[in-house]
Design a protein around this ligand. Sequence first.
Ligand code: NDP
Ligand code: DXP
Ligand code: MN
Length: 622
Amino acid sequence: MGAFVRPAHPGLPGDGGAAGGLRRRRAGGGRTRAAGPRGAAGGLRRHLGRRGRARPAVRHRAARPAAGGRCAVYRSGRPGADRIAPRQRGRARQCPVPVRRGLGLRHRRLPGRSGLRRAEAGARHLPQQDLVGGAGRPRLGAGGRRWHGAGLHARRLAGRHRAGHAGGQHRLAGGGSVGKRHQAAFQGEGHLLPHSRPWRAAGPAGRGAGGGPGGGAAVLPAGPGSAALGVGAVTRSVTILGSTGSVGRSTVALLDAAPEGRFRVEALVANRDVARLAEQAIRHRARCAVVADPACHAALQAALAGTGVEAAAGLAAVEEAASRPADWTMAAIVGAAGLRSTLVALGRGGTLALANKESLVCAAELVLATARRGGATLLPVDSEHNAIFQALHGQDPAGVERIILTASGGPFRDWDLARMATATPAQAVRHPVWSMGAKISVDSATMMNKGLELIEAARLFPVPEPRIDVLVHPQSAVHGLVQFADGSLLAQLGTPDMRTPIAYALAFPERLHVDAPRLDLAALGRLEFQAPDPVRFPALRLAREALQAGGGAPTILNAANEVAVALFLEGRLGFLGIAAVVEQTLESLTAPLADGLEAILALDAEARRAATGFAAGRAPAC
Ligand SMILES: NC(=O)C1=CN([C@@H]2O[C@H](COP(=O)(O)OP(=O)(O)OC[C@H]3O[C@@H](n4cnc5c(N)ncnc54)[C@H](OP(=O)(O)O)[C@@H]3O)[C@@H](O)[C@H]2O)C=CC1
Ligand SMILES: CC(=O)[C@@H](O)[C@H](O)COP(=O)(O)O
Ligand SMILES: [Mn+2]
């Protein structure tokens, strides 16, 4: 179908061949043709079998020594070819917009944020954190309304998970049901269906967007009975999971700016930043404040003594905080460490604003099924997904042809591979546009962030993977685009300030006033777009391949990446080693779609062990 192009990959001494492993395995190391439309995913797919098919256990493959390799790029062979059939792969497409270089726009960073934060959810923490089988398991669905899912998405989920949901009519926001038109138009992963009617305003808090009794659609905009909040006079209760981080603090800043009485804080959760957590909790008179690290409990108790704010610590306390009734919950814990609390919040209904993309990457089906079961409304906060969500607002999904995620290109956008091999943590977290936590900043530097976002988009939106593109856009003014059947391209633009997408989720379907700098297009002058470089940024390809492979591959990808990023930040792995370790881990393990939380966490832990081993086997700082 598509022409097959092989640009030379210079490789590097000690580079683990991050650019070529899966394909090398498939192609036998030689020059080959693309393996048909699904070519890029063939390596993983062959091991995984049909997506979602139950297999007894994780399989290990013997570790192969990685070697520098060459990288394949697939390009669509004819104009519009990748637009025709959902299953065709038109990858790394040439950007139709002329490419220009050299213009930058700096994001006004949040005051007080240091550039280099530790990786809170890194390799060292997560497996030990009692994520598997620990105390306080989420009460998934307990007390929640039953999901009567039988529509397109419901059936797909039920097919992959033996979750026991059956029968009934899957209702969309606005009271409609998933129709044949949707099924015909979207055969992909998408679960966030904008309704063909304009989305409606909020109903009683705590109710899902299911549209009526027995509803409970997961990632839907408001319908009757929706938990979407609006900005009316009623006080809304808010919980922030990860309140001390970059997203958490932007969320608190919106609460600070809101009129008195508009929002009330139920719970705030952090890992170890007692001082900031206590300050936030006291200022907003939170009902409770929780640190995940039990070692910080005494300090938190001391900081909150006499304030009336309840202090708690440990994983069970984090989940208890997430289970408290709140109209709106921000999921902004970094990494898969945020999965359990995200599930707990979704399981009790209400609105969940999702920043924690890793949860969706490692456990999409479970997250979405839990949201449906709980009757929760899931609103995307990640800037690109929020932009696309805005562009989809009121649109008929049948008319959506393609979605485009923009990427800044990160701090190493113009670096060659030899220079990237020398990149330090301090350089990697210095994002050219956004001010963010350390982990996501490194992800931006490798472009794994865009890979995770690709998977996130495929899970959220009714557009299959081949019709999700990534374009490097250094100004980060255009956050996401949707292309429609009539050729229209709708985009959301704004200055790079997370308060804007968070506010959209906080007030949805209305809008809050946000004191973010306005985008000055005349000052900006021009917008540049270019195709990502798959040789210098193999992580994006790995994520696409994991998405195509399905099964447990995205879980493995995410876990290996978290390990590799944490080791990089600790100075124990070179920058190029991040993608190499992820690739080696993906090659070494095969797994079907994990069925249920414990299986997902077991696979996550297995991938972390494998990734740690691969990283240890590399020369220092490679
Ligand atoms: N930053 C951004 O602009 C964007 C971020 N995101 C996503 O949002 C999430 C958060 O990112 P960001 O705010 O940058 O991250 P930060 O590192 O800045 O903040 C992470 C937050 O999570 C807390 N935390 C870390 N580990 C745990 C744990 N095991 N249990 C409970 N709390 C924990 C931290 O607490 P403490 O401070 O005590 O360590 C902190 O509050 C990530 O998934 C990221 O991908 C998505 C889009 C944009
Ligand atoms: C703000 C946000 O959503 C981040 O995910 C951001 O997009 C990261 O920048 P990159 O585009 O460089 O990954
Ligand atoms: Mn993003």
